[in-house]
Design a binder for this molecule. Sequence first.
Ligand SMILES: C[S@@+](CC[C@H](N)C(=O)[O-])C[C@H]1O[C@@H](n2cnc3c(N)ncnc32)[C@H](O)[C@@H]1O
Length: 232
Amino acid sequence: MKAAPAVGEAPVGSEEDESGARRYHLSVRLPPAARQERLKGGSWFFTPGWLQEDARLPLYLDIGSGLGRFLLAEAEKHPEIRYLGVDPDYQCAQRVIGKLLSRASRGQLTGRVRFFFGSFFHCAPLLPAGSLNRVYLNYPDPWFKKRHLRRRLLCRFFFDTLEPLLAPVAEIFIQTDDDDYANHILGLLRGLEGYDLCESAEALFADLSPTLYQEKALAGSRARHCFHLRKI
Ligand SMILES: C[S@@+](CC[C@H](N)C(=O)[O-])C[C@H]1O[C@@H](n2cnc3c(N)ncnc32)[C@H](O)[C@@H]1O
């Protein structure tokens, strides 16, 4: 297993865009050290050692958990699954941690749910190969402005990073309400090898708990694009 990148280390990923220019993934910046220190420790805190504790249980990863509504609802519904949420946003992290601590004080979800404060790209090196049974990407930030497009999480580098972490027949659930991002994602997914792809996967999402952004999209009458991948 690779060591986690040091705080403040330069972005770990880059790739060429259509024009051949090299783009760096700015979203991989680690949160400032002081904030990391402030949030460190506690029953919610992810460490690689936690993965050894109950390795029999499947592990589901929620990338970009936001305020944690989906993460906690799914964890409460499925006591037979371990869940790991990841988000680099400080306010989100505080809210998720608050909810986890309050559940823990009632003896709920203690062993099975953990949170990583930081980017997926900094969490990925801490996860063993083949350890993920399922990955959720619910409404990843679409970054509307042209100059911000390079910050989009879903890119070839993302899938190259994720692929070795997936267990056999692992599933990836992706949903977005942004038509342009959906087209971009579909282009990427069609170019991937080693997966079964379902391009209109709404039915496969039917049993999943609603996310906050899903409800916002519904309220704004925006279309929902659902993609499902199964590793083969
Ligand atoms: C639009 S919100 C969606 C939140 C939640 N999944 C939902 O559906 O309600 C996108 C979330 O992705 C997080 N995010 C952005 N870049 C990320 C990265 N590199 N790794 C993990 N999460 C990231 C943001 O901080 C934000 O909380």
